[in-house]
Each structure stands twice: as structure tokens, then as C-alpha cells.
Design a protein around this ligand. Sequence first.
Ligand code: NI
Length: 178
Amino acid sequence: MSLLKIARLGHPVIREGTVAITPQELSSEEVQRLIDDMVETMRDADGVGIAAPQVHVAKKIIAVEVDADNPRYPAQEPVPLTIIINPRIIHKISETEVSWEGCLSVPDLRGRVPRATMIEVEGLNRHGTEIHFEAQGFLARVIQHEVDHLNGHVFIDRVEDFSTLTHLREYQKFWENR
Ligand code: NI
């Protein structure tokens, strides 16, 4: 496995959208290695999610994992490693919650973003098996954030009040526990 370079805001790949993965591609060594490398890159950067465009690949792959001791997102419910190929959010409840987000492609910034509190997700796992599940709370937030990346969106596009934007150090100092 190897660490991949993370694309930052301003690189066209962050905005250009993605294409679906075919079953043949998914079973290829190349895509299986890409998935492993995305996971390693996410963990190395203390991320809780990553989408393929963030490693310069315009395809529909996301990974989510929340460790109980993640230093960038302390005190969140742990989520086991989940890979979703061609994810689709097929339902969102209308209730939203506003909370803090950051992004490996937008380093050192946090902002407050409204997201649906419960979603229904479909897609494939890395072995090509159909998956279908409901997610709520922080997991629902992370999946909505990562699926946004597949459509060329970043969290800043969703911030309603730009006066909430804060650098990470100031976030930790003034806002983290509020
Ligand atoms: Ni992101």
C-alpha cells in the first residue's frame, strides 16, 4: 500500500464530478489497490472519510471510518471501515442539523454545515455486493460530505453562515466543545 497525494481545493479534479465504477473495473487489481491506498491515505491524514477525487481519481468510490480516538474528530461514535462504490443517497429525511465539518482537501478550515440527520444509502461494497443501509447523525453527515465530493461539491458550498469559518487551531481553542 502507499500514501497518495491529496488534491486540494482549486485542483480541477475536486470540481469536475466522477464516473461510476463498472463491475469489471471493481474486480481489477488496480481499483482494489486504489481502495487500499485511499484507506491508508485517509488514516494517515486522520480523516474520517475520503472520496476518490481527493486522490486525483474521478470515480465513484468513498471510504468512511471513525476511530474513537481520532484527533481531528474526538468524541464521535466510532464507525467501522466502510467502502461504498457508486454510492447513492436514495432518501434524506427533511430534518437537518447544523454542525462542524472540515475536509482534507480544504486544509485547516472548519465551518458549520446543515445536513439531513438520517439518510438511506445504496451502493456496492468492494467485492461488488449490493449494500443498502440507513445512517444517522455523524455517519450520515460524513456520507453526505463524501457523496458531495463525487458530484464536485465541497463543504464550503454548503456553509450557510460564512462568519462561522474558523481555522483548525482556533476551532480547537474556541469552538470544539460548544
Ligand atoms: Ni472532504
